[in-house]
Design a binder for this molecule. Structure first.
Ligand code: HDE
Length: 695
């Protein structure tokens, strides 16, 4: 009996929803052209005689070179340099009380995510440790469609209205005539622009703080920045702000250290992230929301729609709702991290926008930029962008259509071809029916007029070291401005934020009494400090996820080496050995040991805490190396905890660093690492700072 033919599905895509990515290696181990023809010789071009001219007919050469010529796509106009990884999100319990989104209902469900963390101003080839905001973008592949939470590591922004964004970005990018400076805001066009926009003051405080020079991408916070809405099953809406908190706490570099790391390892952050994930030390963040109603928002002394304002946790506390774990590096940087397309307008039912004018502008920009960056309206078919749930519609054709939609009908409604996919009012996305009215105007709300109070709130909430670094940040950046009038205008704003801040920066610049007089539009408030705004007031006392560097030599004390490794690893940190040469050496017990780094390639700024413990007989080899002496000097200047053995004494003498300078100098000669680890858990020896730098 003939088999009954299977009914043709009314709607079909061959590689769309859930389809396997295209397999490139289709011919086992044999190298082929893109047409699948096996290549016989990939080393030599087709020529007339061995030394003669090349032939145009060499289709293998032309295909290979042509593909190469087109390998680059335009880099992102902002956030060009980024690093991504796969992972999952899991809610702690059902969030049904506030939000009906499916991925927030069942704690047993792991929703796949892709997270990309980026700098903003630098080009794709710039350095990781630039002073900059970090983008923090997460794509949740939920069963109800892709949801993108496209945030930053700073909870506020420079401007209140999207129409100013091109100007802001033009001002921070390299000047159009000379194409420098790259990946930095320390130049006139940026400070000219922001000093003409007092709404930038709050954000500037964050960007000049340690937040903008993170120790690791695994140690930054993330924020949704804007106010969003969450909607429950009944259709009731509440406002929310999103917060990501890193498992390891938020830690930063010292500015001078970040500058050195930029030279020693421009890929410092991406290397750190890649290595941690490969080692099974998975970066993790907790997602929390601040939930508030319109009535509560009406009581705030700022506007919750103003993206230059945050909501202090003392007013609306954080409610943790789940965690994100990044547990898999990409297989291909370009295919995944470069081609991923985030878009704040990718929403799922249960989450919606607010009227924040910056957010509203972003809703247009991202889809638009993907069209020019990825070159086609079919960018959602690229594996990294493709929803993992079913998707079906009658959008058709366009550059690089990867699917093969079957059937003669490409419209709905239709009564042909079984009708095809139709709307579903029950499970579909409904915008929150907020009532809106008013005249069409171009007008900034009066409730957005206070540009200084929250900048002062930030300043007042800092610990002393953090205040010092903010003063240092402003002084460095303004010092790099050539135009005096830009500096004096900025000093005027700093005085409005806080006299102490303005005076200290003016002192550092040697510009006392030169500040412009700038009158705030509304009186500046004097808020109570908010502890969670400080990184170091709430930092965990831990070295988990960090790195201890041991500078040593051939003949290293085997017992000490073992003790250091055990002590460091038992705290969840890593130890790496640095020696004058990278080749194998021997420890005191005759065991062979290959160092992780050679001295010239691994200066101390690459490590969180350091130990200098050469073999006595080999100390001379380090004494003659400037890099070894610098190792000690820079570790001391960067406020690191420094362990040492007796044999290291001549090195410290030469570096003019006293081994009893403070509690951060720890003798580990007897193999006891307790005091060293205890000190390293403080992150830095803050009390040392006034002795090593004044601005
Ligand atoms: Fe973006 N932003 N942005 N931005 N943004 C882009 O989209 C834009 C803003 C953020 O890893 C672009 O795909 C406008 C705030 C991140 O791929 C572009 C405005 C916040 C990323 C764009 C803003 C962000 C981007 C460039 C003012 C934090 C990187 C490439 C209204 C809440 C995403 C791209 C990734 C990228 C526009 C302001 C976060 C041009 C118009 C505020 C994390 O569309």
């Amino acid at each position: 009996m003939a088999k009954k033919a299977k009914a043709k599905p009314s709607f079909k895509t061959t590689t769309g929803n859930g389809g396997e990515p295209h397999q490139i290696a289709t011919d086992g181990d044999r190298l082929t052209t893109n047409q699948g023809v096996v290549v016989a010789d990939d080393q030599n071009t087709l020529t007339v005689g061995a030394r003669g001219p090349q032939l145009l007919e060499d289709h293998i050469l032309r295909e290979k070179i042509t593909h190469f010529d087109h390998e680059r796509i335009p880099e992102r106009v902002v956030h060009a340099r980024g690093y991504g990884a796969h992972g999952y999100f899991q809610c702690y319990k059902s969030a049904a009380k506030i939000c009906k989104a499916g991925f927030l209902q069942d704690p047993s469900v792991k929703t796949p995510v892709f997270c990309r963390i980026s700098t903003v101003a630098g080009s794709a080839g710039s350095r990781d440790t630039a002073r900059d905001v970090r983008g923090f973008a997460v794509k949740f592949y939920t069963e109800e469609g892709n949801y993108d939470l496209v945030g930053n590591n700073i909870p506020v922004f420079f401007i209140q209205d999207a129409i100013k964004f091109p100007d802001l970005i033009h001002s921070v990018k390299p000047a159009p005539d000379r194409d420098f400076p790259q990946a930095q805001s320390a130049h006139d066009t940026f400070w000219d622009f922001v000093s003409l926009n007092s709404e930038s003051m709050h954000m500037l405080m964050w960007v000049m703080s340690d937040r903008a020079i993170p120790r690791s991408l695994r140690m930054i916070e993330g924020f949704g920045v804007h106010t969003f809405r969450m909607i429950d099953k009944k259709g009731d809406s509440r406002f929310v702000k999103f917060h990501w908190r890193p498992k390891y706490g938020a830690f930063s570099q010292i500015w001078d250290e970040a500058v050195m790391v930029a030279g020693a390892d421009p890929d410092f952050h991406r290397r750190d992230m890649w290595n941690a994930i490969n080692a099974g030390d998975f970066p993790e963040w907790e997602l929390s929301v601040q939930v508030f109603t319109q009535e509560e928002a009406d009581q705030f002394d700022f506007d919750h729609l103003d993206p230059t304002k945050l909501i202090p946790e003392e007013i609306v506390p954080l409610t943790p709702i789940g965690k994100m774990v990044l547990d898999r590096n990409v297989d291909n940087f370009f295919a995944e991290t470069e081609q991923v397309a985030f878009c704040p307008s990718h929403l799922v039912p249960g989450i919606d926008f607010s009227n924040d004018p910056l957010l509203q502008g972003r809703l247009f920009s991202y889809l638009d930029t993907q069209l020019s960056r990825l070159g086609s309206p079919n960018f959602h078919q690229i594996p990294i962008n493709k929803p993992k749930c079913p998707f079906a519609n009658f959008q058709r054709d366009g550059h690089m259509q990867m699917d093969v939609p079957a059937g003669r009908v490409a419209n709905q409604p239709n009564s042909l071809d079984n009708g095809g996919p139709r709307e579903d009012p029950k499970s579909g996305f409904h915008s929150f029916p907020a009532e809106e009215s008013g005249a069409k105007v171009r007008l900034r709300p009066e409730s957005f007029a206070d540009h200084y109070t929250q900048a002062r709130l930030f300043w007042k909430s800092m610990t002393e070291p953090e205040k010092r670094h903010i003063v240092g940040g402003f002084s460095f950046e303004l010092g790099k401005c050539q135009e005096t009038h830009v500096r004096t205008r900025m000093l005027g704003h700093l005085n409005n934020i806080d006299r102490e801040l303005g005076t200290q920066v003016a002192d550092c610049l040697g510009m006392q009494g030169m500040a412009d007089d700038i009158t705030p539009v509304v009186p500046v408030g004097d808020p109570e400090p908010s502890k969670p705004l400080s990184q170091y007031a709430v930092a965990p006392k831990s070295i988990a996820g960090k790195k201890v560097g041991l500078l040593t030599t051939n003949g290293v004390d085997a017992k000490l080496l073992d003790a250091i490794r055990k002590a460091v690893e038992s705290e969840g940190a890593m130890m790496e050995v640095i020696a004058p040469k990278i080749g194998p050496m021997k420890s005191s017990d005759g065991q062979s040991l290959t160092p992780d780094h050679f001295l010239a390639g691994a200066p101390s700024p690459l490590f969180d805490a350091v130990i200098i413990a050469p073999a006595k007989s080999e100390v001379e080899t380090l004494l003659s190396q400037a890099a070894a002496i610098d190792w000690i000097r820079t570790a001391f200047a960067h406020l690191k905890v420094i362990g040492f053995n007796e044999a290291a004494a001549p090195l410290f003498e030469k570096a003019a660093v006293k081994t009893d300078a403070d509690d951060g100098m720890v003798d580990v000669s007897d193999g006891s690492l307790k005091a060293f680890v205890q000190q390293a858990k403080q992150h830095r020896v803050w009390d040392r700072e006034p002795t090593v730098r004044s601005c």
